[in-house]
Design a protein around this ligand. Structure first.
Ligand SMILES: NC(=O)C1=CN([C@@H]2O[C@H](COP(=O)(O)OP(=O)(O)OC[C@H]3O[C@@H](n4cnc5c(N)ncnc54)[C@H](O)[C@@H]3O)[C@@H](O)[C@H]2O)C=CC1
Ligand SMILES: O=C([O-])CC(=O)C(=O)O
Length: 260
């Protein structure tokens, strides 16, 4: 599997190490990268034996099976359709981009037209399998997520006590916190949509982990799931599990035996 990578920060560099150095994706290699900082792209290309491109357009001319986006919601909006129209499968980290329902519709239409796939990993949370089952016969009624992070991970430096920064819909939350609450949008896509998924974001000076508590109810019963994520060393906004979920998605996408 020949992979392209857009964005080489935390998640991107984790993938370069895991795939190109540590052999965690047998038969797979990141052969092309594009990131905003040209100097860093050149240095990473040398370190991880890959090729750096100066634009997404030129990256897309290389021979690729799938492109991984690990940049920002804005970058995903700018490049996703170009990647899909270029005939490449796409894996998104900045899933928040799918909160815009017109954009989501366009993505679905392009995937169908070109017969290609878009992968939306579970990221820093879990429980999507439960929500998908729960709504299979239209029985899912409520879904919410409460996210608790240290203030520094939420641009809330200086706060000395627990503070609710946001309470409202997932659609509103991702507009205000595009680097922190992508999880609410993948939850929305698996469940009741971004307008019907409730979000609470708490800055907690005592917290050392990024925790997410998902609650749901419906004809299946009730769900309560709490995950306490270790942050990534270089970007406390992002949980390590988010990077692992991208790798797991790539490892499993073509398996004959599908679990979950
Ligand atoms: N789905 C989920 O559960 C999660 C999603 N995320 C999202 O994944 C994305 C990547 O996260 P990290 O690696 O931690 O971020 P990061 O900030 O460490 O790295 C992002 C990289 O993308 C580059 N970049 C920014 N704009 C770009 C552009 N227009 N074109 C090309 N490169 C560009 C930056 O220079 C940087 O190297 C973020 O949008 C983040 O919010 C993060 C955590 C969980
Ligand atoms: O990594 C996390 O815990 C969640 C996150 O930043 C996001 O969903 O954007």
């Amino acid at each position: 599997m020949k992979l392209g990578l857009i964005g080489c920060g935390n998640i991107g560099q984790f993938l370069l190490q895991a795939i190109n150095k540590d052999g965690m994706l047998p038969g797979g290699k990141i052969v092309s990268i594009y990131t905003r900082c040209e100097e860093s792209a050149v240095q990473l290309a040398k370190e991880f034996e890959t090729e750096a491109y100066q634009s997404v357009e030129t990256l897309l001319l290389s021979d690729l099976d799938l492109v991984i986006e690990a940049a920002t919601v804005e970058a995903a909006k700018e490049y996703a359709i170009k990647v899909l129209e270029g005939g490449k499968d796409l894996l998104l980290s900045s899933i928040g981009v799918m909160a815009d329902s017109a954009f989501e519709e366009r993505v679905r239409e392009v995937c169908t037209r070109y017969g290609i796939n878009i992968y939306l990993p579970s990221g820093a949370i879990g429980g999507l399998d439960i929500l998908k089952s729960a709504k299979a016969a239209n029985g899912l009624e409520t879904v919410s997520i409460t996210t608790r992070k240290p203030p520094g991970a939420l641009s809330g430096e200086g706060l000395d006590k627990e503070t609710i920064l946001f309470e409202g819909s997932a659609a509103e939350a991702i507009k205000l916190y595009p680097r922190n609450i992508n999880v609410a949008i993948v939850l929305s896509l698996a469940g009741l949509g971004a307008n019907n998924t409730k979000v609470k974001i708490i800055a907690d000076p005592i917290a050392v982990k990024n925790s997410h508590t998902i609650e749901a109810s419906g004809s299946f019963g009730k769900l309560k799931l709490e995950i306490e994520n270790d942050p990534m060393p270089n970007n406390p906004k992002t949980s390590y599990l988010a990077a692992l979920s991208v790798l797991a998605n790539l490892q499993n996408k073509d398996k004959y035996v599908q679990i979950g």
